[in-house]
Design a protein around this ligand. Structure first.
Ligand SMILES: NC(=O)c1ccc[n+]([C@@H]2O[C@H](COP(=O)([O-])OP(=O)(O)OC[C@H]3O[C@@H](n4cnc5c(N)ncnc54)[C@H](OP(=O)(O)O)[C@@H]3O)[C@@H](O)[C@H]2O)c1
Length: 241
């Protein structure tokens, strides 16, 4: 049972993977109605020139999120691409010595809290009759079972907590009889603003955003056939929580 979406929402599509996913949806589903959001206009010129419907909003502002969601049609594919690893003043923690409450709070807000906030206001946009997918870009480093090298406390833990939100949402959606496959997906290491300072010395493949977006959609299209509450790698492998 493959998804063939008609109404799509990409949250955080101003650049990076979100933009690449929006453009790949535009290429792959030419009949679909594609809604996108972005926050910083100065980073979103490619999105704004793409012809896609795009709305500027702060994905953590509940008033803005609620009023935006009210006007959306029924959806069959939602992908949340909002996330952060570091700021100008703070890199991911190498050791406990780098723990900083202000930074941890910001990382958790952006990586963890955006998904349940949007799910609260989008739940009624999913159908009990037709299949749909609600996905968030998570990260392999959020897997507790696969953590063998440590470091990056805030990023890792915020993605682990995100995964728990998604798994719990999957149970609630299923109990509400929604035919929505709720998915955490690792996009693979991809050259974007988030990763650009951390790519030196990486031994495995680093994707361009367009290639990563193709991989992600190939997997998400198949997710309705696999159930819900999934943690998937970009190549289709199921990642252990
Ligand atoms: N790139 C990789 O190698 C990689 C690997 C694993 C997982 N991921 C995940 O993939 C997702 C997309 O990342 P990306 O690589 O495409 O990075 P990116 O190009 O830096 O995009 C990050 C997105 O998050 C938004 N964002 C960042 N900080 C925000 C804040 N404080 N408030 C609101 N929105 C904020 C950005 O919007 P603005 O620019 O408007 O702030 C942008 O839409 C993230 O969740 C990331 O953890 C990426």
């Amino acid at each position: 049972m493959n998804l063939s979406p008609q109404n799509i929402l990409i949250i955080g599509a101003g650049h990076g993977l979100g933009l690449a996913l929006a453009l790949e949806c535009q290429r792959r589903y030419p009949q679909a109605s594609i809604h996108t959001t972005y926050r910083r206009a100065e980073k979103a010129s490619n999105l704004l020139n793409s012809g896609l419907v795009s709305t500027k909003l702060d994905p953590l502002n509940e008033t803005e999120v609620e009023s935006y969601c009210e006007d959306l049609p029924q959806l069959d594919l939602v992908i949340n691409c909002v996330g952060m690893l570091s700021t100008e003043n703070f890199g991911p923690e190498k050791s406990l010595r780098d723990i900083n409450i202000e930074q941890l709070t910001e990382v958790f807000q952006v990586n963890t809290f955006v998904t349940p906030l949007w799910a609260k206001h989008l739940k009624r946009k999913f159908s009990k009759d037709t299949t749909s997918v609600f996905a968030t870009l998570s990260a392999m480093v959020g897997s507790i079972g696969e953590n063998e090298i440590g470091g990056w406390y805030g990023y890792r833990a915020s993605k682990t907590a995100l995964n728990m939100f998604l798994k719990t949402m999957a149970i609630e959606f299923e109990r509400s009889r929604l035919k929505t496959s709720v998915v955490a997906i690792h996009p693979g290491t991809t050259k974007t603003e988030l990763s650009e300072n951390f790519l030196k010395g990486i031994q495995h493949k680093v994707w361009e955003p367009a290639g990563a977006a193709e991989n992600i959609l190939n997997i998400l299209e198949k997710c309705p056939g696999e159930g819900t509450g999934l943690f998937k790698n970009w190549d289709g492998r199921t990642i252990g929580w």
